[in-house]
Design a protein around this ligand. Structure first.
Ligand code: IVH
Length: 666
């Protein structure tokens, strides 16, 4: 008879077996046991550890969700910036890129390329010290991301410990994503739980990684594929990208599948082959290829521009298209009463999601397309953008014209057409559809971040007249929630807790959440950084306008709101409900080099895009705006600068060329 295993030996054996099954499932894609068997191993390990807590190791698979405490999302500075990639869309672009690469290499040297799928997920940097996972961070703005360590630990595809010969310190970067089937399974669950499904696998992966409760992250079967690194200290650094990918696999990290291409011709033909033969078979979403110079000494020589490496490029596939038939046209009422026509189409799978409705924007667009119900249409969906109709491809036989609404589809109030605008709008200020959108906006992530107040919940709360304005959210009772068919005990508690937590949100978020016309996130941030809510209640339109970046339209809108009886009453009620409305903390130290200065960029810049220049300014404490006023400190004029430059000159605002701007930077 074999001797009975000691608990210590069995714990070690089970831990190793579970680790191996994780590796088989996520790295090799060859599981050899069922989920039930896996769960049984895990249960046995948990039981043993419960009986012998002294034997629990920090890297035990049971500790992935230790203590149930989620990541704190605290800011994390990356060891080296996480850059993005330059895009190429056409053969000419990739040939031009290849030309630049070859020109910048020593004579006689030609690059060998590695070509990987560009996985449509979110990037994440994992830090391993002496082989143990110590930190995980999202990309954020490239310099600073968010700490998602506790949640990353819950992802089985991310090893807690690397294999043999791990470098002393490794910051490996890769993509976190979901397969289509895991995404569908999550959405089925979400629907069953009465929640809104995620729009696509990428949003779902992002939402799953940024969970408060890592146990939820753990259930989501997120995947991680390494594609680059920021830091590799010790244990002989790889000399090529191919070597890096191989080393990752040996360390237990899944890494990008890569195809070697000897020259740009091979890249171009792989681009076509991949789309035709490989992409349709891949179980996850890909939006292009990434072409990389393999040799690290060549990469080093090529270096970086301000935003991307010169040794890599994203060779993207154009937006994906599909055809479908328009079944009907519905009208959706927005937060401000604007009525948008939406075509309901026969469900069709396109760019990773099933599309059943497509925005038509407005009636001019319908006229431009010559669209009628029953037509067969070409639909396009690019990235995160809402799908749209490109053109009619076949006229429907028994089609019908699309007539503008004469009454609001929701409250039946009369509809008016904005003078000078193409939009129709419902003018009823108590229109329930507008109220629903207003409440959803107030609860949205950049505002009060009350995720439990999704579309379904808001629909019911408004229909039952429990919520007639956003302040009513704070007066809701558990009893009222339990009366709705959406809420069971736990869910009601969760929502009330989220609502309670939202009371501590800073003033900028409250201000944005109120949905005051023309007040977006950026304006809300500026105003909340300068004035308290009491000051806002007393300010004139002129005083609002004196703030940097605030023009007369926004200033009037702010003043209209804060001087209106309904606006004042709302603020009063929110305050009485316990909302802190505290000033946001300044994100940048007072000594930041560009603090107090505001910049407007115009024309084409040589060294970076306008957006990057703006980000640079903000990172250094300055402000970037799109409009020139007498309060602008500098207008930076690039190639072919136009009206903004003229305006700067007429207002006497100081104008810099790109080099002079660079000189201002540290
Ligand atoms: S290499 C300097 N390889 O695409 C950037 N990126 O626009 C080095 N991505 O944020 C990244 N698949 O998250 C690289 N095989 C791949 C990738 C990949 C997806 C993402 C990455 C990055 C974005 C770049």
């Amino acid at each position: 008879m074999p001797a009975k295993k000691t608990p210590k030996a069995e714990i070690a054996e089970l831990s190793a077996a579970i680790g191996e099954h994780d590796r088989r499932y996520y790295l090799l894609d060859e599981p050899i046991i069922s989920d039930t068997e896996y769960d049984r191993l895990m249960k046995r390990l948990k039981d043993l550890e419960a009986a012998h807590p002294e034997l629990i190791k920090a890297e035990s698979p049971t500790r992935r969700v230790a203590g149930g405490v989620g990541s704190d999302f605290a800011p994390v500075k990356h060891g080296a910036p996480m850059l993005s990639l330059e895009n190429a869309y056409e053969e000419d672009d990739i040939r031009a890129w290849d030309e630049r690469v070859r020109k910048n290499l020593p004579p006689g040297q030609s690059p060998s390329y590695l070509v990987e799928p560009k996985i449509d997920g979110l990037s994440c940097a994992l830090t391993y010290v002496d082989g143990s996972l110590t930190r995980a961070a999202t990309r954020g703005d490239g310099d600073t991301g968010e700490d998602v360590s506790a949640n990353a630990r819950a992802i089985r595809a991310i090893p807690l410990r690397l294999g043999e010969n791990a470098p002393q310190r490794l910051e490996v970067r890769g993509e976190i994503y979901l397969t289509f089937s895991d995404f569908e399974a999550i959405n089925t669950q979400e629907r069953r739980a009465g929640r809104e499904p995620f729009v696509n696998p990428r949003n779902c992966a992002a939402g799953s990684l940024r969970q408060k409760n890592p146990a939820v992250t753990a259930q989501r079967r997120l995947r991680f594929t390494a594609h680059s690194y920021g830091v590799w200290d010790g244990a002989d650094e790889p000399r090529s990208h191919a070597e890096f990918l191989e080393r990752c696999r040996a360390l237990g990290l899944a890494s990008s599948p890569a195809k070697r291409c000897v020259d740009v011709n091979a890249v171009v033909s792989w681009y076509a082959d991949f789309k035709e033969r490989e992409m349709p078979r891949l179980p996850y979403a890909v939006d292009g290829l990434v072409v990389k110079v393999d040799d690290f000494s060549q990469q080093k020589r090529l270096g970086f521009t301000a935003k991307s490496p010169r040794w890599a490029v994203a060779f993207k596939y154009p937006a994906q298209q599909a055809t479908s038939t328009v079944l009907s046209v519905a009208f959706s009422v927005g937060r401000t009463g604007t009525i948008t026509p939406v075509a309901k189409v026969e469900p069709v799978f396109c760019a990773g999601v099933t599309i059943s409705s497509v925005t038509l924007h407005n009636f001019e667009e319908i006229a431009r397309l010559g669209l009628r119900v029953g037509d067969r249409v070409l639909i396009e969906r690019a990235g995160e953008v809402i799908p749209k109709v490109v053109k009619v491809v076949e006229r429907g036989k028994a089609g019908s014209d699309i007539a503008p609404p004469t009454r609001c589809p929701d409250c039946s109030a009369a509809v008016s057409k904005d003078e000078g605008f193409v939009a129709f709008r419902c003018d009823n200020i108590s229109c329930p559809a507008q109220l629903r959108r207003t409440v959803e906006h107030f609860a949205s992530r950049p505002a009060m971040d009350i995720s439990g107040l999704g579309e379904a919940a808001v629909d019911q709360l408004v229909a039952k007249k429990i919520v007639a304005n956003v302040a009513d959210i704070y007066a809701m009772t558990k009893h009222q929630l339990l009366d709705l068919d959406l809420f069971a005990d736990k869910k009601a508690d969760n929502l009330l807790e989220q609502i309670n937590e939202s009371k501590s949100k800073t003033l900028d978020r409250v201000l944005f959440g109120l949905g005051i016309r023309h007040v977006g996130e950026k304006t809300a941030e500026v105003i909340a950084g300068l004035f308290s809510i009491d000051e806002m209640l007393r300010m004139s339109a002129e005083e609002f306008q004196a703030a940097p970046d605030i023009g007369p339209v926004v200033a009037k809108s702010l003043h209209d709101f804060f001087s209106s009886p309904s606006g004042r009453d709302l603020i009063d009620r929110l305050r009485k409900s316990g909302l802190a409305m505290a000033k946001p903390k300044r994100l940048v130290a007072a000594g930041a080099p560009l603090a107090g200065l505001s910049f407007v960029f115009t024309g084409e810049l040589k060294s970076c895009t306008r957006q990057e220049a703006e980000e640079k300014v903000k990172a250094l404490g300055g402000k970037a705006s799109g409009t020139v006023s007498s309060k602008t400190s500098y207008v930076v004029a690039g190639h072919a600068a136009g009206s903004k430059l003229k305006k700067a000159l007429s207002l006497g605002v100081k104008v810099l060329n790109e080099d002079q701007f660079q000189e201002l930077l540290p």
